[in-house]
Write a protein that binds this ligand. Structure first.
Ligand SMILES: Nc1ncnc2c1ncn2[C@@H]1O[C@H](COP(=O)(O)OP(=O)(O)OP(=O)(O)O)[C@@H](O)[C@H]1O
Length: 337
């Protein structure tokens, strides 16, 4: 069953455009020039119950706009969004009960209250029965190991402790969908790992549908099989994370291990990715790979050779820096058909 259906959604913002200079700034107080920003353009996809999906893209790609549209915070300019059977912008209480939101850069915890006081407030807001609240509270605080900070004012908590409490606040009412916008931002590696493994364990067990926005690819790798890549407001790619490596077919990585130290005479071709005493990894255009391979193996003493998959990070860099070329489908391969 689909929990989220986004059907040909576009969102345009109108914003004031001011020209440079004092005179133009003054003039714009009276005569306003507006420009339209296409933050989302014809975006369609659907998610099934329990799917964990990574939403990635460069700055300004439209990720936050999409999350806000799904939460009902903004109206789409065109198209429809359905979350279960709800239209998010109707903001029905029954809809709000189904979603949890964590925005890494914004607090939902009250700064001067302790976490437990905010959790009690959430109990009131979401009308959570006492017994249900106690069970969720125990389970979440134990899993995230925050029992020792529950009565400390939020302003005195570390970033990691605060983020764990943010997660608890968003899950106490047992939502079926969780929107996570940069949940590990600014955390040290150990705290990032703890939050990731908690999310994996908890969300898989409870079959919670998760949309995760993160600039840390480790989060996406660990938690999401499927990724939605946004670029300039369009859904550029929708498919398995592993499949994006085959997205770039125009170059390859070749790894050579030489019998002796790499000779100075060697032509390093397109690009050296890694070079050590006896090891060389080069990035070559796929069309030239065979010729390069033949040349190196015939001219030099190579003891080992392999073709390597292009790291996901490099594929993304390539996608983000390329001029827009939309591949809007379930998977790159499906999209092209
Ligand atoms: N309230 C707004 N009014 C006008 N333009 C906006 C508004 N909010 C966002 N935009 C514009 O819409 C585009 C998409 O912005 P959005 O915040 O959705 O991108 P994003 O992918 O979340 O970026 P980031 O990774 O930097 O958070 C950007 O060009 C942004 O300047």
């Amino acid at each position: 069953m689909n929990t989220i259906t986004v059907d040909h959604v576009s969102k345009n913002y109108r914003r004031v455009r001011t020209e440079e200079g004092l005179w133009n700034s003054l003039k714009s107080l009276v005569f306003r020039n507006f420009e339209t920003v296409k933050a989302l353009e014809n975006v369609s996809f659907s998610l099934e119950q329990g799917e964990m999906v990574g939403l990635i893209g460069p700055n300004g790609a439209g990720k936050s706009t999409l999350i806000k549209t799904l939460c009902g915070l903004i109206h789409p300019s065109q198209g429809t969004v359905k979350v279960f059977d709800f239209k998010p912008t109707d903001k029905k209480n029954a809809f709000k009960q189904q979603i949890g939101v964590v925005l890494g850069q914004k607090n939902q915890l009250w700064w001067d209250l302790s976490p437990v006081e905010t959790f009690k407030l959430h109990q009131e807001i979401y009308n959570i029965p006492e017994e249900e609240f106690n069970i969720s509270f125990q389970e979440l605080t134990q899993l995230l190991r925050v029992e020792h900070v529950l009565t400390t004012p939020v302003r005195n908590l570390s970033l990691g402790e605060r983020m764990k409490c943010e997660l608890i606040a968003s899950l106490l009412h047992r939502p079926k969908i969780l929107f996570l916008d940069e949940p590990t931002i600014g955390l040290d590696i150990i705290s990032q790992k703890k939050i990731r493994s908690f999310l994996k364990q908890y969300c898989v067990e409870k079959k919670i549908t998760v949309i995760l926005t993160s600039h840390y690819m480790d989060d996406i790798h660990y938690l999401c099989d499927r990724v939605l890549i946004m670029k300039s407001g369009t859904l550029f790619y929708d498919g398995k994370l592993q499949s994006i490596q085959s997205f770039i077919s125009d170059y390859k990585y070749l790894r050579f291990t030489f019998k002796t130290v790499i000779p100075h005479t060697i032509n390093l071709y397109d690009q050296v990715e890694e070079i050590d005493r006896q090891t060389l990894v080069i990035r070559v255009a796929s069309a030239n790979a065979k010729e390069v391979l033949q040349h190196i193996t015939s001219c030099y003493s190579v003891v080992d050779y392999s073709e390597e998959r292009i790291p996901v990070q490099d594929v993304l860099e390539h996608i983000f820096s390329e001029p827009n070329k939309v591949s809007n489908g379930r998977d790159q391969h499906e999209a092209i058909q």
